[in-house]
Design a protein around this ligand. Structure first.
Ligand SMILES: Cc1cc2nc3c(=O)[nH]c(=O)nc-3n(C[C@H](O)[C@H](O)[C@H](O)COP(=O)(O)O)c2cc1C
Length: 192
């Protein structure tokens, strides 16, 4: 499937160690001809860390996509009524946002975008990146995996010896995972 002309939302949440790889994939999506609207959670748009400055990421997103990132809940809400995204990706998705999404909490622009998009019965793809995936968040991941219209970028343990509960998505599988989700399929194998 070609992504040329597809309207894709990319919502960044605060897994900052994943941003470098996420931005590599963001560029690939634009090169494929997709129209990409980025959205940032409050943490993602405001936290400076050893992985970089928040405003640099926001500026890079605009430069790469040519569209101003969505940074507020009021600016994310129209994603519902406008119904103009083919797919939305939480890329990366923190344990915090997974837990909130699974429990119907909508207190960041990324989660507002997810709620607004799901109301339109369209695919939401999740790229998990969290140290508690096999711990307290396992139940939430399981709940989301069995929810209509929700798909996952394949993921696995990244450091079983030192971080036994940590799991992270293979961000390089963004494009095939999007293509599958747009056809209503979970890209397999999902655990790898
Ligand atoms: C440097 C740094 C790295 C972080 N990395 C992660 C991470 O990889 N995964 C995660 O779930 N949370 C991570 N966090 C914690 C989240 O940023 C925090 O839970 C935040 O409230 C998430 O908000 P959001 O889900 O709305 O973006 C990190 C925090 C900092 C400061």
């Amino acid at each position: 499937m070609s992504l040329n002309g597809k309207k894709i939302g990319i919502a960044f949440t605060g897994s900052f160690c994943t941003f470098k790889n996420a931005f590599i994939e963001l560029k690939k999506l634009v090169e494929e001809g997709a129209v990409v609207q980025t959205i940032f959670s409050n943490a993602a748009s405001s936290t400076d860390s050893r992985f970089g400055k928040a405003n640099t990421y926001v500026d890079d997103a605009e430069r790469i996509t040519g569209l101003k990132p969505i940074l507020t809940i009021p600016d994310a809400e129209p994603i519902g009524p406008k119904n103009d995204l083919d797919i939305l990706v939480l890329f990366p998705c923190t344990g915090n946002s997974i837990a909130k999404l699974a429990n119907g909490i909508t207190d960041s622009p990324a989660l507002m975008a997810a709620k607004a998009h799901l109301r339109n019965n369209k695919p939401l793809l999740i790229s998990i990146s969290t140290n508690d995936a096999l711990g307290i968040n396992m139940k939430n991941i399981g709940l989301l995996m069995s929810t209509k219209n929700i798909y996952f970028i394949p993921f696995g343990q990244d450091n079983p010896e030192q971080k036994p509960n940590s799991m992270i998505a293979h961000t390089e599988l963004l494009i095939p995972s999007i293509e599958a989700a747009l056809e209503g399929r979970q890209y397999q194998p999902v655990i790898r």
